[in-house]
Design a protein around this ligand. Structure first.
Ligand SMILES: C[S@@+](CC[C@H](N)C(=O)[O-])C[C@H]1O[C@@H](n2cnc3c(N)ncnc32)[C@H](O)[C@@H]1O
Length: 255
């Protein structure tokens, strides 16, 4: 008699890029996976935790076929029926602009059990790696994490609301909309607000640019910064111990 294989999909957050920034629970789940479907932004070193598992790349890579979300959903289900214990490995946290919930809805509609193992989102870990504390007593009471580009390829209207607040604003997928973002902050008299851009944060390919809303586009052009990057806008940027001397030189911080 053929034994029935238990079917399960575990969505794991791989963290922001540094392979050590995955949870212990995530590593354990990788070790017991039979098949792993992984995205472009995950660190490939993590796949070494599962030497015998089948590995399927479903991310976007320049010049290669990009899988649509429907194709990814179908591949997850197909491979789960074939191998039983599947892992969907996603960058950062699966529920922060990761389409994790859409995948879960599809997978569960086939009666397959799912589990989510949270990951360290780039939205917090990447600023932290530069000493930027998203909240700080007396400086920022909250922070917004916003997508720069919506599903309609437009700038999120939340950027307009966030620019009117005193919160720290963290923008993901915003590099192609930087010019519009800068205009919005200028419109609300925030030209002097410290602004940081961190590309490929927590990895060996990390690139950095710092300035203010007024200067950040020039910095991006000079340093040739591009995606994937996090844009952090707020007074907390100049409070970073790592960046203090830079902002002192702009006379934005008093000694
Ligand atoms: C589709 S979103 C996924 C975010 C992910 N779920 C998370 O929680 O970090 C991809 C965007 O996240 C940001 N991002 C992810 N990893 C990054 C990194 N190591 N450095 C800078 N930005 C990163 C970039 O804005 C990128 O375009």
């Amino acid at each position: 008699m053929k034994t029935k294989i238990a079917k399960k999909v575990t969505l794991i957050g791989a963290g922001p890029g540094d392979p050590d920034l995955i949870t212990v629970k995530g590593v354990k789940a990788l070790q017991s996976a039979k098949v792993i479907l992984y995205d472009a932004l995950i660190n490939r070193k993590l796949l070494e935790y599962a030497p015998t598992a089948k590995k399927i790349f479903v991310g976007k890579r320049k010049g290669m076929h990009s899988f649509s979300q429907d194709e990814i959903n179908e591949l997850i289900v197909k491979n789960t029926f074939e191998y039983g214990n599947a892992v969907r490995l996603k960058g950062g946290d699966p529920f922060i602009f990761g389409r994790g919930s859409e995948e879960i809805d599809y997978i569960e509609s086939f009666g397959i059990e799912t589990e989510v193992i949270s990951g360290i989102s780039s939205s917090m870990a990447v600023p932290a790696s530069q000493g930027i504390s998203l909240t700080k007593r007396g400086v920022a009471e909250s922070f917004w994490v916003i997508t720069g580009t919506t599903s309609e390829k437009k700038l999120s209207t939340d950027v307009y609301l966030a620019a009117q607040s005193t919160a720290t604003v963290v923008i993901l997928m915003g590099m192609s909309k930087l010019n519009e973002i800068v205009s919005v902050f200028k419109k609300f008299n925030k030209s002097e607000i410290p602004t940081a851009i961190i590309q490929n944060g927590t990895t060996k390919n990390e690139k950095l640019g710092f300035g203010t809303i007024n200067t950040i586009e020039e910095v991006v052009a000079q340093k040739k910064l591009s995606s994937p990057a996090i844009i952090v806008i707020g007074e907390v940027v100049k409070e970073s111990a790592k960046l203090r001397s830079f902002y002192e030189s702009l006379s934005l911080v008093s000694n």
